[in-house]
Design a protein around this ligand. Structure first.
Ligand code: NAD
Ligand code: UD1
Length: 343
């Protein structure tokens, strides 16, 4: 069964291609490579022994999408394509709404034209804003403080409206918590194009000697040690969630529209992450506690029980594997997918 994977060359997409291939699906990757490299897909082939069909294209290009849907008998779409840097979204809101929202609407209209009615969408825990309590269940109120989060909320709403008009569509809204880690081979992983915004790639950059020290954003939160707490989830577990979501469509075991959290249910503080990474890498991680980052919240972790109940998915990999695998990827590929410069 062919699955169109938009954004499939990216961090979560490339890991999901492996999970799809292992489960007997055929991913067709459609990506404009704005934040990724085809080397990731070559590595997926190295890991699985299977070649992947890759189409370079933009989800805002209706003709390109029609061509893919005409050429391939697509069972479902997994829609990862999007921009994801919160800070950049505040500076470039039009770019974010155009790429993420207009791109998604263009994709859904191409699906409608071509009678493709199954879609899995990458949403985010960011849609819960600053939750009143933890753990977070799917019925918590949603809100947003930045255009990135705004784009996720709008796309979720568009999909709910599509379902109202076309209840025969199968739509899964997957709300990811904090994806980290890498494939256990160390061949693929997260490859930020610039200085990382997110914690795990930043810590890994310090451990490998590319970055000097970590700034810990805030030491005065009401948490176990004053630093922010998040639900980190291994990207390989997250990738498998997409296969479970597809299989739930196939088995008709779910409502035609559903929303689930993909998290572990466990929160770790920034300092706990630093300690765990030190242990995994054997390297010292220099850090200094600085002011809080604007827009950050104290604590965020999922109640993942609905995903287990509904689609039979739960995370299996713990913090040690998240750090070990990130370290393997980072130490084997200090420059990510970029070729090592001789200068
Ligand atoms: P990523 O940047 O590694 O992957 C996104 C991919 O989409 C990239 O390969 C990029 O080139 C491609 N892309 C972007 N705009 C495109 C367009 N207009 N047309 C075609 N391709 C386009 O990011 P990721 O971490 O793999 O995230 C995948 C999805 O999951 C995104 O939608 C992101 O918002 C969402 N998400 C990510 C996280 C996270 O922390 N990584 C958390 C929650 C949700
Ligand atoms: C961020 C985004 C969120 C997005 C998620 C996944 C913000 C405000 N939120 O979430 O919308 O869905 O990424 O892409 O950007 N930290 C440091 N030092 C650093 C980096 C992070 O102390 O250099 C801390 C943060 O304050 C936080 C924790 O580490 O407590 C995790 O941060 P990060 O990895 O950026 O993820 P989120 O902020 O949870």
């Amino acid at each position: 069964m062919k699955i169109l994977v938009t954004g499939g060359a990216g961090y979560i997409g490339s890991h999901t291609c492996i999970a799809l291939l292992n489960a007997g699906f055929t991913p067709i990757v459609f990506d404009n490579l704005s934040n990724s490299s085809t080397i990731a897909l070559d590595r997926v082939t190295e890991i699985t022994g299977k070649k992947i069909t890759f189409i370079k294209g933009d989800v805002r290009d209706a003709e390109a999408l029609d061509k893919v849907f005409n050429q391939h008998d697509i069972y479902a779409v997994i829609h990862f394509a999007g921009l994801k840097a919160v800070g950049e979204s505040v500076e470039k809101p039009i770019l974010y709404y155009d790429n993420n929202v207009s791109g998604s609407i263009n994709l859904f209209s191409a699906m409608e034209r071509n009678k493709i009615t199954r879609v899995i969408f990458s949403s985010s825990a960011t849609v819960y804003g600053d939750p009143a309590t933890v753990p977070i269940t799917e019925d918590f109120p949603t809100s947003t403080t930045n255009p990135y989060g705004g784009s996720k909320l709008i796309i979720e709403e568009v999909l709910r409206n599509i379902y109202t008009a076309h209840p025969e569509w199968n739509i899964a809204l997957l709300r990811y918590f904090n994806p980290v880690g890498a494939h256990e081979s160390g061949l693929i992983g997260e490859d930020p194009s610039d200085i990382p915004n997110n914690l795990m790639p930043y810590i890994a950059g310090v451990a490998v000697g590319k970055l000097k020290q970590l700034s810990v954003f805030g030491g005065d939160y009401d948490t176990i040690d004053g630093t922010g707490v998040r639900d980190y989830i291994h990207v390989v577990d997250l990738a498998k969630g997409h296969v479970k979501a597809l299989q739930a469509f196939e088995n008709k075991s779910v409502d035609n529209l559903y929303t689930v959290n993909l998290g572990t249910g466990k929160g770790y503080s920034v300092l706990e992450m630093v300690e765990a990474f030190k242990k995994a890498s054997g390297k010292d991680i220099a850090y200094t506690i600085t002011a809080r980052r604007a827009g950050d919240i104290a604590c965020c972790y999922a109640d993942p029980s609905y995903a287990k109940h509904l689609i039979g998915w739960e995370a299996n990999k713990g913090l040690q594997a998240m750090c070990d695998d990130t370290w393997k990827w980072q130490s084997n590929n200090p420059n990510g997918y970029k070729e090592v410069s001789n200068n």
